[in-house]
Design a protein around this ligand. Structure first.
Ligand code: CP3
Length: 346
C-alpha cells in the first residue's frame, strides 16, 4: 500500500509520509515560468494540461508522498456564477454577496462548469504518477467559502461574513447547506476521476465565535463527509479546521473525518494526548520555519516528530508554503525527516 494511504488506514510509520500544503506554487521558478504565460489564474487552474503540469512540478524535484491536484477552493464560487478575479499581490476579489437577495444570483447547477476540467486534470496526473505517490483532491469547507463569497476578499476576521450570518441567519444557513451539498458532489466527482484522498480546507475556522462553531463548521463538514462516504465509504478525508484550538477534539469526534491537519498554533502535546494515540494527525510546521531553515527548522522538526510520530502521522506544514521559501529548504526538510527517523535518534 502507498505510504500515505497506509497511515490514513491507522498504521503508524517509522518515517512519516510527507507532503506540503500549497506545494505547487510561487516558490518554484518553474511554476512562475508556467504561470507567466497565463495571466488569468482561474483560466490557468481550469486548463487541465497546465493544472496537471503544475501538480507534478514539486514531485519532479522532491520525493514527496502525495500530489495535490492544482486548483483553488474559489473555483466553486466561480462555478456558481459569482464574479471573481485574482489580482497580483492582492489575492481574490469577488463581487460580494452583501444581501440575502444576492443568493438568488447563484446558479447551483453551474458546478459542472468546473468539475469536468478538474476531473480531466486528475486523469492526466494519474497517468503520470509514480506507484508510491497518492493523489489528493480537495475543496474548501462551507464556512471558508461563505467567508470569501460574502466578504468579497481576504480578511483577518471576516467580520462582514459574521455580520451577514447574525443579521440573516436563515439565509446564511441556506448558503452553508447548499455549499455543503455541491461540495460533496464536487469531491465525489474528484474521487470518480481518480483522487485517492480528499482534504477539506476550513482555513478560517479560527475566527468563528465559539457559540457558532457547531452550526458553521462542524455541521456542514459532517454533512459533506457523510455524503461523500455514502458514495465512497473508504475514501480517507483529511479535515483542516485551521486555528480552531480545542475545538479540534469535537471536530474529530463529530464530523467523521479520517484525519486532522493541525495548524501551527495548536499545543501539539495536548493534541496527541487528547485526540488519542490512534488519531491520524497531519501537520504542523510553521511555514516561516521552512523559509528560515537551519537549526531552528531542525529543532522544530525533531520536536514535532517526538510528539506526533507516536501514532499515525503525516508530516506537513501548519498552513500553506510561503512564496519566499527557498526550494532547497524543502529538499533539506525531506532529508531531515528521513535521517531523524531512520537513525533511532528519536
Ligand atoms: O499545491 C497546492 O496546494 C494546490 C493548489 C492550491 C492553491 N490554493 C493554488 C493557489 C490549494 C490547495 C489552494 C487552497 C486555497 N485557496 C485555500 C485554502 C488553503 C489556505 O491557504 O488557507 C484558500 C483560502 C485559497 C484562496 C486563495 N487562492 C487565496 C486567498 C489566494 C491569494 C493569496 C495566495 O496565497 O496566493 C489564492 C491564490 C492561489 N491559489 C495561488 C496558488 C498557487 C497563487 C496565485 C498565483 O499563481 O498568482
Amino acid at each position: 500500500m502507498k505510504p500515505l494511504l497506509k497511515v490514513l488506514n491507522n498504521n503508524k510509520a517509522r518515517t512519516p509520509p510527507c507532503w506540503l500544503m500549497r506545494q505547487a506554487g510561487r516558490y518554484l521558478p518553474e511554476y512562475l515560468e508556467l504561470r507567466s504565460k497565463n495571466n488569468n489564474f482561474l483560466n490557468f487552474c481550469l486548463s487541465p494540461h497546465l493544472a496537471a503540469q503544475a501538480t507534478l512540478q514539486p514531485l519532479q524535484r522532491y520525493n514527496l508522498d502525495a500530489a495535490i491536484i492544482f486548483s483553488d477552493i474559489l473555483v466553486i464560487p466561480y462555478a456558481l456564477g459569482q464574479k471573481i478575479e485574482f489580482i497580483e499581490n492582492k489575492g481574490p476579489i469577488l463581487e460580494p454577496l452583501s444581501q440575502p437577495e444576492h443568493l438568488a444570483r447563484l446558479d447551483w447547477k453551474g458546478i459542472e462548469r468546473v468539475t469536468s476540467h478538474v476531473c480531466e486534470a486528475i486523469d492526466l496526473v494519474k497517468a503520470q504518477l509514480s506507484p508510491t505517490t497518492t493523489l489528493i483532491g480537495f475543496a474548501g469547507a462551507s464556512w471558508t467559502l461563505a467567508c470569501y463569497m460574502i466578504e468579497g476578499h481576504s480578511s483577518r476576521d471576516f467580520n462582514q461574513a459574521k455580520a451577514f450570518a447574525f443579521r440573516w441567519p436563515k439565509a446564511f444557513q441556506i448558503l452553508l447547506n447548499q455549499l455543503a451539498e455541491i461540495t460533496a458532489d464536487y469531491l465525489i466527482a474528484q474521487v470518480n476521476a481518480g483522487a485517492e484522498v480528499l482534504q477539506l480546507f476550513d482555513s478560517w475556522a479560527g475566527c468563528v465565535p465559539s457559540s457558532h462553531f457547531y452550526p458553521w463548521v462542524i455541521e456542514p463538514t459532517r454533512k459533506i463527509v457523510q455524503r461523500v462516504k455514502e458514495s465512497y465509504p473508504d475514501v480517507p478525508i483529511i479535515g483542516f479546521p485551521r486555528r480552531c484550538g480545542a475545538w479540534y477534539k469535537e471536530f474529530l469526534m463529530l464530523t467523521g473525518v479520517t484525519a486532522l491537519s493541525l495548524d501551527d498554533t495548536l499545543n501539539l502535546i495536548w493534541a496527541r494526548q487528547e485526540l488519542g494515540k490512534q488519531a491520524v494527525l497531519q501537520g504542523a510546521l510553521n511555514p516561516m520555519m521552512l523559509v528560515f531553515g537551519g537549526l531552528a527548522l531542525r529543532h522544530e522538526v525533531e520536536r514535532q516528530l517526538k510528539i506526533l510520530n507516536t501514532g499515525p502521522y503525516i508530516f506537513n506544514l501548519g498552513h500553506g508554503i510561503l512564496p519566499e521559501t527557498p526550494p532547497a529548504h524543502v529538499q533539506n526538510l525531506i532529508e531531515l525527516i528521513k535521517n531523524l527517523t531512520q537513525n533511532e535518534e528519536l
